[in-house]
Design a protein around this ligand. Structure first.
Ligand code: C2O
Length: 534
């Protein structure tokens, strides 16, 4: 196993997008940021230098961080931010026991709109280690969201209005909007392919607030992995992907030689009316030898609110479940129901642009509050009192109203936790929407999902044989999903909605996993571990 080292300098970058010049904050002047490629078993060392004016942390989304929780990068949960104007921190961790497509992103404020990249973990043996025929080439496809305004201003304004950030100005494919907007000469991602080959698309939804459909005209896919866990091959002409999720799909280039549009198109379970150019990004798959000016065919896109197509994709995947893969644990130590949603609240006095009401969110009626003096992990490790409470409820309390709290659920090392994630309609006026719930520190088995209210009779639907293994599940609007995982990793592990707009509203909770017996203890943090500034 190797040691792979990178330096990520986060700073301002000039960019021309949608016929406007702006300054955005990126890692190493790249959008998307640098691709990290390693082999399973390697150790990653990333020297982060924060030259931006904003506090920063970097999260390695989906990496277990086994006994290296100090490096998880969840702002205020596992570290305080790296200070602006020159702060530094070196992330160092080993990546063992997982392979496939993951990604990394800023985990402090809306910065993740422009600070993200692919994290690709190859099998130790190289391409012969894939449980499918080795592809001819691999193509990372990072789907993102673009705002014309400075994203920190967008976020601040979202707080002042109480309604969260405004809708983004464009969807992007590998940082580019494509040509379906009024700005002539917009940049468009294009990939050249050869006829008669198999390509592995590593698709990442790095968009901040939207689920997406992804299609390539004239081509179909075979899904072989999701969230860096192999799936049974699943044939489809559309990929559905929620923020935080990844999908690996094989694509055969057996269409007549030509140019074909790929498109990423907003999926929203609530009917929305976002204009086409703000909800659809295009790129091009071009066959070798075909001229650049040849017209391209557009794929037939599902309607924005096509919950049937989305549900079919999300619910059809199954895990590969090879004899060597972990099996679903059968005894459960903690049964939990975590219900969550959004509600209307009175405007706070400092929400000066707020009219009528502000949005607020909760899990089991706890509106998550970030600590400010010390990270939760440091508080756990050093026994700092008064930073968090261990009273996150196992079930939704029967009382109305929300409580603001930094509440964690404490479990012992190696306990098995089952959570029914129940999407709740707290407010008629707001209705419900899909919430992609992401768990740090673990993959979970996705045992079942459904519409409406979960009840114990639905346990008969659990797939205990070959469930999907994921780190992010798109819980259907007003519906439920059941996840199960083994808490085999000491630390403080965030579980939250990966629609970034919902994070500051409080749609989050934390699992506190106590140290196991040696050698499973969490070692101390590095000397450069960032301190909170008051
Ligand atoms: Cu991809 Cu807590 O995040």
């Amino acid at each position: 196993a190797a040691i792979v080292e990178h330096t990520f300098k986060v700073g301002g970058t000039n960019i021309n997008q949608l016929c406007m010049n702006s300054v955005i904050y990126t890692a190493n002047q790249e959008l998307p940021g640098p691709t990290i490629e390693i082999s399973e078993g390697d150790t990653l060392v990333i020297h982060a230098v924060n030259e931006s004016p904003y506090p920063l942390s970097l999260h390695w989304h989906g990496v277990y961080q086994l006994r290296s929780g100090w490096n998880d990068g969840a702002n205020k949960i596992t570290q305080c931010p790296i200070q602006p104007y020159g702060g530094k921190f070196t992330y160092q961790f080993n990546v063992t026991g997982q392979e496939g497509t993951l990604w990394w992103h800023a985990h402090s404020s809306l910065l993740r709109a422009t600070i993200y990249g692919a994290l690709i973990i190859k099998p130790r043996k190289g391409p012969s280690g894939y449980p499918f025929p080795a592809p001819y080439e691999e193509i990372p496809i990072l789907l993102g969201e673009w705002w014309n305004r400075n994203v920190d201003d967008v976020e601040h304004d979202g707080y002042l209005t109480g309604l969260g950030p405004q809708v983004s100005d464009a969807i992007t494919i590998n940082g580019m909007t494509g040509d379906q907007n009024s700005c002539k000469g917009s940049s468009m991602y294009e990939v050249e392919v050869e006829y008669g080959k198999t390509y592995l698309l590593r698709i990442i939804n790095a968009a901040v607030n939207v689920e997406l459909f992804f299609k390539v005209a004239g081509h179909t896919f075979t899904v072989v992995a999701a969230d860096a866990s192999y799936t049974k091959p699943y044939d489809t002409d559309v990929i559905v992907i929620a923020p935080g999720q990844t999908v690996d799909a094989l694509m055969n280039t057996t269409a007549p030689a030509g140019r074909y549009y790929m498109a990423a198109h907003i999926f929203d379970s609530k009917t929305v009316s976002i204009p086409f150019d703000r909800s659809t990004a295009t790129g091009v798959v071009k066959y070798k030898g075909v001229p650049d000016y040849a017209p391209a065919a557009m794929p037939a896109l599902p309607r924005h609110d096509d919950v049937v197509t989305a549900g079919k994709f999300y619910w059809s995947l199954t895990g590969l479940a090879r004899p060597t893969d972990p099996v679903v644990p059968t005894t459960v130590d903690h049964n939990m129901v975590v219900s969550f949603g959004l509600d209307q609240a009175p405007c706070a006095p400092d929400q000066t642009k707020c009219r009528g009401f502000a949005l607020v969110a909760a899990m089991n009626r706890n509106t998550f509050q970030f600590p400010d003096k010390v990270s939760l992990l440091e508080a756990l490790y050093k026994g700092v009192p008064g930073v968090y409470s261990e009273d996150f409820p196992d079930f939704p309390p029967p009382v109305p109203g929300f409580r603001k709290a930094t509440a964690v659920k404490k479990v012992n090392y190696n306990d098995v936790v089952e959570v029914v994630l129940q999407s709740e309609e707290y407010s008629r006026a707001l209705g419900t929407e899909n919430h992609p719930i992401h768990l740090h520190g673990f993959d979970f088995f996705l045992l079942a999902q459904g519409l409406g209210r979960f009840n114990p009779a639905m346990k008969s639907r659990y797939n205990l044989v070959d469930p999907q293994v994921r780190n992010t599940v798109a819980v259907p609007a007003g519906g439920w999903a059941v996840i199960r995982f083994t808490a085999n990793n000491p630390g403080m592990w965030f579980m939250h909605c990966h629609l970034d707009a919902h994070l500051p509203l409080g749609l989050a909770m934390v699992f506190e996993v106590l140290n196991g017996p040696a050698p499973n203890l969490l070692p101390p943090p590095r000397v450069d571990y960032p301190k909170c500034r008051r």
